[in-house]
Write a protein that binds this ligand. Structure first.
Ligand code: ADP
Length: 395
């Protein structure tokens, strides 16, 4: 009996167990086994196909998600419910200065330990949305955290990190500009109203009336210049204004500007010449005119009597360069990088005496940027200044 059952067990192992153990599970239909196993193998094969196609679909979705998130400038981080990184796009990795793949599965706080980030994760894990601003280095970011929920427990968190440095700087500049404009407008208005009051109350001797009226006129003139310059610079600030580009000959434009400035040059016995090549560029004539006018006007204003101003236009295969060169008072090194700022003047009283608004070079800078041109300044105190506008023909 024992012998019989051992033979049966042996037979069962050989005929039934061994074929099962040797099954090729990767490719169930390729197995040559007894018929009773066929339904099982068919099902396995079907399930294998199903798993394969679902896996393919998931991979495609993952690739699609990566392709979208990798190419957007906002940082996106997906966390699980433990706060570990499931996915981090390139922008977010760049913002936190980490390697995107290296940080998968690590806790978010290993990327950055800022209190804002900790608070964002905690708030989102409690099921609430969070948004705040945080700084890193010289940059400012807007952080948004949203919980991912199915029914109630939080399954994960999505973090969005937006670089708002430029927007904040622009807002700061606008605030400073408004404060400066108010201040600059107030000064001549206060003077005008002071003189007008004295005249109205009969407190000015007859012989001084002409002088007082003259001062009112000067201040009013300064006010008009100021308002004109503010309008010009505000128009340049409006990045999407529609201005028509046309072909402009820079040499002819410079000649025209200089002819209009001849009277002020003559007053100081300054000689002013335009030389160089004809150079046609595509630009907005009015803006180019204001730019060249401001440069030549400064070269006269900040020059000595009997000084010299040269406007040179050169046309090379790659570039068109307009240089305004004077042998006037010059600009010392410490002021050179600031003179293009709005309302920056080296000698405030001299600038005002000569009708300056402090906006001339800011208008030049914006006009050059508007035409994708670069500015170069070379200057030496008491020797003179050369400011060049370099237009790249390949732009
Ligand atoms: P402003 O209306 O006062 O002339 P700008 O923006 O045109 O304002 O110039 C800023 C400052 O830069 C001036 O106040 C002046 O001190 C200096 N500056 C500009 N151009 C020259 C120049 N060609 N030579 C010397 N100093 C200059």
């Amino acid at each position: 009996m024992i012998i019989l059952s051992s033979i049966l067990a042996n037979w069962l192992t050989k005929k039934i167990i061994v074929p099962i153990n040797n099954l090729n599970l990767e490719n169930p239909l390729s197995n040559d086994v007894y018929d009773e196993l066929s339904p099982l193998l068919n099902r396995m094969s079907k399930q294998n196909n199903q798993i394969e196609s679902q896996f393919k679909m998931l991979m495609e979705k993952q690739l699609e998600f990566n392709a979208i998130t990798e190419n957007i400038s906002e940082g996106i981080i997906v966390l699980n419910s433990k706060g570990q990184v499931l996915s981090i796009n390139k922008s977010a990795a760049d913002i936190f200065g980490v390697n995107a793949t290296y940080n998968i599965n690590k806790h978010i706080l290993t990327l950055n330990r800022s209190l804002t980030l900790q608070k964002a994760v905690r708030t989102a894990l409690d099921g609430n949305n969070f948004e705040d601003v945080f700084s890193k280095g010289k940059k400012t970011y807007h952080l948004l955290a949203s919980p991912v929920m199915s029914d109630n427990p939080v399954k994960g968190i999505i973090l969005f990190v937006l670089d708002i440095t430029e927007r904040q700087n622009a807002e700061k500049m606008r605030r400073e500009f408004s404060a400066n404009v108010s201040h600059e407008l107030k000064t001549p208005l206060t003077t005008i109203s002071g003189y007008a009051e004295l005249l109205k109350n009969g407190m000015v001797k007859n012989k001084d009336v002409a002088e007082f009226s003259g001062r009112i006129l000067d201040e009013a003139g300064h006010l008009i210049n100021l308002v004109d310059d503010i309008i010009r610079i505000s128009r340049l600030d409006e990045k999407n204004i529609k201005l028509s580009f046309e072909s402009v000959d820079l040499l002819e434009l410079a000649q025209d500007v200089v002819s209009r400035l001849m009277p002020s040059a003559h007053k100081k016995n300054i000689t002013i010449h335009v030389t160089g090549d004809h150079a046609i560029l595509s630009g907005v004539k009015q803006i180019l005119d204001e730019m060249v006018y401001n440069l030549c006007d400064n070269a006269i204003k900040y020059n000595y009597d009997f000084g010299k101003v040269d406007v040179i236009v050169s046309n090379t295969p790659e570039k068109i360069i307009l240089s305004v060169k004077d042998n006037g008072v010059g600009i010392s090194k410490e002021h050179q990088y600031r003179v293009f700022e709005r309302f920056y003047r080296i000698d405030k009283s001299h600038s005002k005496d000569t009708g300056g608004t402090g906006l001339g070079l800011a208008i030049v800078k914006h006009s050059a940027e508007f035409h994708n041109a670069k500015i170069q300044l070379e200057s030496e105190p008491e020797k003179g200044t050369t400011i060049s506008i370099i237009f790249n023909k390949n732009n």
